[in-house]
Every structure is written in C-alpha cells, then in structure tokens.
Design a protein around this ligand. Structure first.
Ligand code: DC
Length: 236
C-alpha cells in the first residue's frame, strides 16, 4: 500500500504535536517533530556559546550536530537525541522556548534542518508537524493542515504542559513568549510560517484533541484510498 505525507503546520501550542502523535500511531506512520529539531540546535548553540551573528561558528556547529529520534517504551513516543544524548525534557524548558525562534530564523540552520527532514520523510508514511512543512519541506504532501487557536487558549495549554513537567511559569510570561515567537516565525525571510494555499484551515480553540485527530484522520484516510486506487499494482 502506498503511503502519504501528512503535514501539520501552525502556531505554537495549538495542538499540533498531540494531534500528530496520535494520528501517526493510528496509521502506523512515523511522527517527526520538526520543532524539536530546532530546539535541539538551540540547546547546542546555548551550551556551546555559539553567537547567532557569527556565520562561521554556526556553520562549524551545524557540522557537529546530529539529531535523531528514538522510541521510548515508557511513553510510547519518540524522544529527541542530540549527539546521542536524550534531550527530550531539556528542550521543552522555557529557556529554550525563549531562544528558539531567532535560531530557527537563521537560513543556514533552516537549510540543514530541512535537508534532514526531507531525508526522514523520503519513504513517506510520516506525520510531520512544524511551520513550513506544507510550504517548503514537503510541498507535495498529500494532506496539509494549518492549525491555529486563540492566544489565551494556547497559553493555558502550554502552561498546563509545563506544570505537568514541574516547571511553574507565569501565564504572562508564556503569553509574551508566544507573541514574540509568532512575530518572529511569521516575519522571518526564509520560509516563514504561513498557510500553504492547498492546506485545510483548522481552528482548535474549541476542539478536543480527539476531535482534532478525527479531523486529520478523515482527510488522511480519503487521501490514502484515493492514491491507492489510482496506483499501479505493486511489482513484487
Ligand atoms: O513547535 P515548537 O514550538 O516546538 O517549535 C519551536 C520553534 O521552532 C518555533 O518557534 C519555530 C521553529 N520551527 C520552525 O521554524 N520550523 C519548523 N518546521 C518547526 C519549528
């Protein structure tokens, strides 16, 4: 059976990754969290004092960064590894959220990440969430959804996630962080966050995660049926 690419793009904290994880597990597809890749690069730059204004230091650092995803049987999801070290918890912390958008706006960083993401999805059968999947990484994705939600709803959701990880952050601080990231992500020169013309628009403000999953699964199922009807029989 031919597999498809599902691209879920949109603003931070509007339910992309929760939806993507569940859609991927229902379909038996691989989930790729592209935001985690930019967060891992940010952690590396932070720990190694890489200046964002120094192109040579950035290019050298990118050569040394290896990002991978490995299945965690305890959570039943993949964890992010940076140079063979599990950084899943560290990259979700607030100090990384505060630094990630400027890092992800650097063209050299984007080019390196996009290349890796295209490699990871080459065989299709992936659900990728991010900002530029439907526009730049996989413009030919069979299913594209652009997700958004009311700013306060997003901030509450993010605060709840952080509390679950024992990080107490003031709501105002989260609101400011989301606003700043929205601004940087939508206005950067290289592949800014924007809806692909052929993406379905989904406002999740009043939706549960299950409803979001159902919405994407319906689109995915009809696309899988369609491409497999028109596909030539597999040559064995
Ligand atoms: O999805 P997230 O909040 O973990 O993403 C962190 C940051 O990474 C986000 O502010 C913008 C950037 N990002 C990006 O530029 N392109 C992507 N495909 C994914 C994330």
């Amino acid at each position: 059976m031919r597999k498809i690419v599902i691209a879920l793009d949109g603003y931070s904290a509007c339910g992309k990754s929760s939806t993507a994880k569940l859609v991927a597990s229902q379909l038996g597809y691989t989930y790729i969290d592209t935001g985690a890749m930019y967060r891992a690069v940010t952690l590396y730059f932070y720990e190694n004092y890489i200046e964002l204004t120094n192109p040579k230091a950035i290019a050298d650092a990118l050569e040394k960064i290896e990002i991978s995803f490995r299945f965690n049987p305890n959570t039943q999801h993949s964890d992010t590894y940076l140079n063979n070290l599990n950084v899943e918890d560290e990259i979700r912390k607030m100090y990384i959220s505060e630094r990630v958008s400027p890092v992800s706006a650097i063209p050299e960083v984007r080019r390196a990440m996009v290349r890796q993401q295209q490699k990871l999805g080459k065989k299709r059968g992936v659900v990728m969430d991010g900002r530029d999947i439907g526009t730049t990484v996989f413009p030919d994705a069979e299913v594209k959804v652009f997700m958004t939600a009311d700013l306060y709803t997003r901030a509450f959701r993010r605060q709840k996630e952080l509390i679950e990880k024992d990080e107490i952050v003031d709501l105002d601080e989260i609101l400011e962080n989301l606003k700043t990231r929205d601004r940087i992500d939508t206005t950067r020169a290289e592949s800014p966050l924007k809806k692909a013309e052929d993406a379905h628009f989904l406002d999740t403000t009043f939706m549960t995660v299950d409803e979001q999953v159902e919405y994407v699964l319906q689109l995915a199922t009809s696309s899988i049926i369609q491409i497999n009807k028109i596909a030539k029989p597999l040559e064995i």
